[in-house]
Design a protein around this ligand. Structure first.
Ligand code: PMP
Length: 427
């Protein structure tokens, strides 16, 4: 049963290997936005940003299984699908982003993006933002400042990482109208580093403030900070691991929403719909400067099977209109959640774009005191009622609302109706 599996898991996997819930249900399979437990219970998956196509997608499964029977080996071989996936991914990016490196995950993509920037500039310092999560590898972990993910993140940050304030207009040092100060302050930090003889190789940020609770960046934020880092001779790195691939609905890339084009883009998660696949997209000229590092090669990054998965995902995005669905159903979901917020004072705000929403719980609308315990309790009650949901943000007081992009209206309504019931009845 589920408890026995947790006990075995605790003995065999590292203690810190994270899992959802203290007593997680034992999940056996899934279809679309639904998960099925070994006891036959069905759950609505409202949190899974790794599977935009949904679970158990037949065309993706068939394509990968056909490829595994035919050939799966490293991307050093001259294999058609590897080239075709790279071409199609590059064609989705604006000029001059036309060159792709293939990896397995978001952490690797961010790590490689940092190495590309360091190699291209011959510098070692990097500017990031507070409350960010970028991955678990040495470099991506170094620029991850979220204390929700790692309470020691700030204390253990290496000296080459510099972090500016989280540009969160809802909560933080420049809340509200003062949010206009975030970009000038970040630009001043970059200029200060340059003046002190340590100009940064790069500025790295998510293009949408994901791990802080699904909060859009203030208008013009990236344009101003990108201009400052380029002015000082550094590069702009966009972490699109969560915001990219249509998650924001009207925009395929999160940076489009800010009206900017980065120099280096890190992609993963959605790219393989759960099959390991990540990429770095940059310009030919910047990629060429990586030659000082020798060759780039990842044994399984962009393997034929991963590339075929990547192609099947892009086909599904086109054929199943997933991005349009994220805009439509995301808009519907948001409107319904905003209506809920007028009746339930626990909801301090509904953040987000497309199907990347954050429902922030507060104890007091003036002080914004985070309702952390309430958020955990609501998530537990939602699970009992058949919905998988997790808290996010530095205060763990935001419902991380990131379902598969195939979410239909009936599922969106089931989520809102169930949340309404929990907030009405208590948890
Ligand atoms: N960047 C962002 C913004 C992420 O949210 C994540 C994963 N949560 C990563 C990078 C790391 O990706 P992965 O877990 O695939 O290594």
């Amino acid at each position: 049963d589920a408890a026995a599996l947790v006990a075995r898991r605790d003995r065999s996997l590292a203690e810190v290997q994270e899992h959802y819930y203290d007593a997680p249900p034992r999940i056996e399979r899934g279809w679309r936005e639904h998960l099925v437990g070994t006891d036959g219970r069905v759950f609505l998956d409202m949190v899974n940003n790794v599977t935009p196509l949904g679970h158990g997608h037949p065309k993706l499964a068939d394509a990968v299984s056909r490829q595994l029977r035919r050939l799966n080996t490293n991307s050093r071989f001259n294999y058609g699908a590897v080239v075709e996936f790279s071409e199609r991914l590059a064609s989705l990016a604006p000029d001059p982003l036309d060159t792709v490196f293939l990896v397995n995950s978001g952490s690797e993509a961010v790590d490689l993006a940092l190495r590309v920037a360091l190699a291209a500039t011959g510098r070692r310092d990097v500017v990031g933002v507070l409350e960010a999560y970028h991955g678990w590898t040495y470099g991506s972990d170094a620029v991850s400042t979220s204390i929700a993910d790692n309470p020691n993140a700030l204390a253990t940050r290496p000296d080459w990482v510099h972090a500016v304030d989280a540009p969160n207009p809802f909560r933080g040092v420049h809340r509200g109208a003062d949010a206009a100060r975030y970009a000038p302050e970040a630009a001043a930090r970059i200029q200060g580093l340059a003046a002190s003889g340590r100009p940064p190789a790069a500025f790295i940020a998510e293009t949408f403030f994901g791990n802080a609770g699904g909060i859009p960046l203030p208008d013009g934020y990236l344009a101003e900070v990108y201009a400052a880092v380029r002015e000082s001779g550094g590069l702009a790195i966009a972490d699109e691991v969560q915001a990219g691939y249509g998650r924001l609905g009207h925009w395929f890339w999160g940076f489009e929403q800010q009206g900017v084009v980065p120099d280096v883009v890190a992609v993963a998660k959605a790219a393989g719909n759960g099959y390991p696949l990540g990429a770095v997209i940059t310009s030919r000229e910047i990629a060429a400067r990586f030659r000082s590092q020798g060759y780039f090669f990842s044994s399984t990054g962009g393997s034929p099977a991963s590339s075929v998965a990547g192609l099947a995902v892009l086909d599904a995005f086109r054929d199943e209109r997933l991005q349009e669905n994220a805009a439509e159903v995301g808009g519907h979901l948001r409107r319904r959640l905003e209506e809920l917020a007028t009746r339930h004072p626990l909801i301090g705000a509904v953040h987000g774009l497309g199907l990347y929403l954050g429902v922030e719980f507060v104890r007091d609308h003036a002080t914004l005191e985070p309702a952390t315990e309430e958020t955990a309790a609501v998530c537990d009650r939602l699970l009992e009622l058949g919905i998988v949901m997790q808290p996010t943000g530095d205060h763990q007081n935001v419902l991380k609302t990131k379902p598969p992009l195939c979410l239909d209206r009936a599922s969106a309504d089931f989520f809102v109706d169930t949340l309404d019931r929990v907030l009405t009845e208590g948890w």
